[in-house]
Write a protein that binds this ligand. Structure first.
Ligand code: PLP
Length: 425
């Protein structure tokens, strides 16, 4: 169900008209729906439960990089979510939000010693290791601290996710993961290191996948490898199939999470039944976009209209530094006026004030707008605020969380003095 709907001609988030939020906190402002976040998380958690996997059998580790606001992490943590992090900074956020560090998995190709030490001191669930040098470093850091590190190897199943090249990660030519043909040997190295406990296997093949066929193909390869490992005496506790389910930005029809998980658990159940003697295995997921993407919008005000001979521009107060996806991937975002339009429309490019021709948010949209009107850039909850920058010394936008008929500021707008507070002359 959409929590972004027009009521009496005004675009609402749950029961709150968006123009009230803009009036109170200004623009640009990111607004998130807690009902939407909750529903999207429960789509995973409930499907796991329905397939007989309660707290021990499955773990959903929300991908913190998709939206790392403390209020979002806190909400998901209270629903039972674990967290997939890619930096020590994200671990600090999880802790500040009251998340359970025993449900944290640490992904990423470039973990530093400092990050490893910190994560070990917090006793995180698992490190997703991506190379042999990383195994050696982790073993050394754990040993010098008198600790043991639980590790999973991120294998690269060489499956084409059929998504944008910048967000496909499971092909041979990508920097991520351990090549499938090197996996067994790498597990042997991991097993030989005294301060590591090999506990799992993981993969993540890409993002914004509309079809689950590539994910199920990756699962088959991971299962095949887990069997080879068991035969080699390496018994795993968990299997992590990554994130990646896409969302509807325009007219995409992504597979429903429940349908994907039904097919996935059917394969896993069949495999576990055939493979007698294998220990029960926890199944893990790392979803990001499918939980927050359509739970958030970016509200912006139209400042100027420029009508030209070949193009019309609506210059708004949000820019590429607030929402990078269009500039970076030519991503398409829906644009809705906060008040349902009455006058005839014209075709506009929606552009920001930043001094770059790449600074656009949407192109060739039919809109009836006037200066002072407010627009919602839709589907902006994931990879929106977390990719925002201060380019052009623009303070990052405020963030607001709606819950029913209530809303609250969850991050204040940055002031210019915030931006140079760390600098010296
Ligand atoms: C980014 C990322 C995810 C989340 O991907 P989505 O497409 O947002 O679901 C999961 N796992 C890893 C390792 C990632 O880097």
């Amino acid at each position: 169900m959409s929590h972004f709907v027009y009521v009496n001609g005004k675009l609402h988030v749950e029961q709150v008209p968006l123009d009230r939020i803009a009036a109170e906190f200004g623009t640009p402002v990111y607004v998130y729906s807690s009902a939407s976040l909750t529903e999207n998380f429960l789509a995973y958690a409930n499907a796991c439960r329905q397939h007989g996997r309660g707290d021990q059998g499955a773990l959903v580790c929300y991908s913190v990089k998709s939206n790392s606001n403390l209020a979002v992490l806190s909400l998901l943590g209270r629903l039972g979510s674990g967290f997939d992090i890619v930096s020590g900074g994200e671990l600090e956020r999880v802790i500040a939000a009251g998340g359970n560090t025993r449900k944290v998995i640490f992904s990423g190709v470039g973990k530093t010693r400092e990050e490893m030490r910190f994560a070990l001191s917090e006793d995180i669930l698992c490190f997703n290791v991506e190379s042999i040098p990383e195994l050696h470093r982790l073993n050394e850091v754990a040993g010098s601290g008198g600790k043991r590190a639980r590790v999973s190897l991120r294998v690269n199943p060489d499956v084409d996710p059929k998504t944008h090249p910048y967000i496909s990660t499971g092909l041979k030519e990508n920097k991520f993961g351990i090549a499938f043909e090197d996996a067994l040997a790498t597990y042997r190295v991991a097993g030989s290191l005294p301060h590591l406990d090999v506990t799992g296997i993981d993969c993540h093949i890409g993002s914004q996948l509309l079809d689950d066929a590539p994910l199920l193909e990756a699962l088959d390869k991971v299962i095949e490898l887990a069997d080879q490992l068991q035969d080699a005496g390496i018994d795993l506790h968990h299997l992590d199939i990554g994130g990646g389910i896409g969302i509807t930005y325009d007219d995409e029809k992504p597979v429903a999470v429940a349908d994907y998980l039904s097919r996935l658990f059917a394969r896993i159940d069949r495999w576990r039944a055939e493979r007698h003697g294998g220990r029960p295995m926890t199944i893990m997921f790392e979803p990001g976009r499918s939980i927050v993407g359509n739970a958030g919008v970016l509200v912006t005000e139209v400042h100027y209209l420029k009508h030209g001979s070949s193009k019309n521009f609506a210059v708004v107060d949000a820019a590429m530094n607030d929402l990078m996806r269009p500039a970076m991937y030519e991503a398409w975002h829906g644009v809705l006026p906060l008040s349902e339009p009455r006058s005839p429309a014209r075709v506009y490019d929606i552009v920001g004030p930043v001094c770059e021709s790449g600074d656009w948010l949407a192109r060739e949209r039919s809109l009836a707008v006037a200066p002072g009107d407010l627009l919602a850039i839709m589907s902006a909850g994931a990879y929106g605020m977390t990719m925002a920058s201060n380019y052009n010394t623009r303070g990052r936008a405020a963030e607001v969380l709606v819950e029913g008929d209530q809303f609250r500021l969850i991050r204040r707008r940055e002031k210019p003095s915030d931006l140079f507070a760390l600098e010296n002359i």
